[in-house]
Design a protein around this ligand. Structure first.
Ligand SMILES: [Zn+2]
Length: 414
């Protein structure tokens, strides 16, 4: 008797098709996979279940049902590969049903939860914009880790050793989980089946160098199975190594260019526009820039190693953007001239430059309908041209701001 092949498993990552959702199923021996944007894994051990990433708060009941339909063994351990809302907030139904798992996380997860509490409103708005949600939303109830570690931790579960290793990458509170007897490696969001999410324009510092280090360390483990935080499970030692080392190289290529240019004294603006990812690696199915954007990784490195100043002395203690826009519009002979030029650029295919004119026009004259219509059309165009979700969310929000201003303006004249 053999199970049908899993839609979430590949042995050929160079030619795989990404999937993020599947019915819960046993993807590997003694391993249940719940794939619903984020991957949750339940591992059967002699001491009970280990749950890797309980998932979103809202998906908790689904995860619980799936795990309990598969096994009634007690939940011995839950681990957060990091404290992001899609990974570390789904445990409540297990606790309510009477499980008392040890909850393991890297120690920085605790600071993360404190920061989430401190900046709740800000994070709710960031997530609304990033994922184009109808309203601000962010969890307020935390299920705190009960066992944290700084560098590494080993658990003995019957005859099985489970190693937890701290890492930095998408977050400062990452860890990966290694079960050598099974050659199972859980890497959290250090692999997401997209170009690494380490430039996110709206979020706190990310760690491209530590990320590459962690990927290379994991590549040395000789894992047979790779269980990522999102996307497909990878099977086969060579396939696993390829995914890990190609992703590390993708980061190193960007990191090295940024370092060379920074050390040569180039300004942040010059560095941002000059650095490019490796063209061949960027075509890999697991390195598509559909989530984050490589240019955002460059900016994140500039923030990591430099200050916030952009290299333009006028921007150090600047005039407000509204005053700058008003001055530019006056120089152009009025807002209408700025709008006309922006429209011409947009019609000519340069939405990138047209966006600057749309911002000047709407800031100089927020009630000007033609200016707001230009802004709406510019960002609608940029949405069609851009595949990175981190950019698309911001463009969509800007487009909606213009639509709101237009609706307000027609309400005024009605
Ligand atoms: Zn994630």
């Amino acid at each position: 008797m053999s199970n049908p092949p899993s839609p979430m498993l590949t042995t050929d990552p160079l030619h795989a098709r990404l999937a993020l959702f599947a019915e819960p199923h046993e993807v590997a021996p003694d391993m249940l996979m719940h794939a619903s944007f984020v991957n949750t894994y339940a591992l059967r051990t002699p001491a009970g279940l280990v749950l890797v990433d309980p998932g979103l708060e809202t998906a908790g009941p689904m995860v619980h049902r799936a795990v309990r339909a598969w096994s009634d063994a007690p939940l011995h351990t839950a681990v957060y590969t990091h404290g992001h809302v899609d990974h570390a907030f789904g445990l409540r139904p297990f606790l309510d049903a009477g499980d008392h798992p040890q909850i393991i996380a890297q120690e920085n997860c605790v600071q993360r939860f404190h920061r989430y509490h401190l900046t709740h409103g800000w994070n709710a708005r960031i997530n609304q914009r990033q994922f184009s949600l109808p309203q601000p939303i962010f969890p307020e109830a935390f299920i705190w880790p009960t066992l944290t570690f700084r560098e590494c931790l080993t658990q003995r579960l019957g005859d099985l050793d489970v190693h937890y290793v701290a890492a930095k990458g998408e977050t400062d509170d990452h860890c990966y989980v290694w079960v050598p007897a099974r050659r199972y490696l859980f890497c959290g969001d250090l692999i997401i089946w997209q170009a690494p999410n380490c430039g996110n324009p709206q979020k706190v510092q990310r760690y491209p160098v530590d990320w590459a280090d962690a990927l290379e360390a994991m590549a040395g483990l000789d894992a047979e199975w790779l269980f990522p935080g999102h996307g497909l499970v990878v099977r086969g030692a060579d396939a696993v190594r390829t995914v890990l080392t190609d992703t590390a190289r993708y980061l190193r290529v960007i990191i090295d260019q940024v370092l060379v240019r920074m050390n040569a004294g180039q300004t942040p603006e010059e560095v941002v526009h000059a650095v490019a990812p490796d063209a061949e690696l960027a075509t890999r199915p697991f390195l598509q820039a559909r989530y984050d954007h490589p240019q955002f990784i460059v900016r994140n490195l500039l923030r990591l190693w430099g200050g916030w100043w952009n290299g333009n002395a006028a921007d150090l203690l600047p005039a407000t953007l509204d005053r700058q826009a008003t001055e530019i519009a006056a120089l152009a002979g009025g807002v209408d001239a700025v709008v006309a030029r922006g429209r011409a650029l947009l019609d000519g295919g340069d939405a990138v430059l047209a966006a600057h004119l749309a911002e000047w026009a709407t800031r100089a004259a927020p009630a000007n309908r033609a200016a707001q219509a230009l802004k709406r059309d510019v960002y609608e165009c940029r949405l069609t041209q851009e595949q990175a979700l981190m950019a698309r969310g911001i463009y969509r929000a800007a487009m909606q701001d213009a639509e709101t201003a237009l609706a307000r303006a027609s309400g005024d004249t009605a």
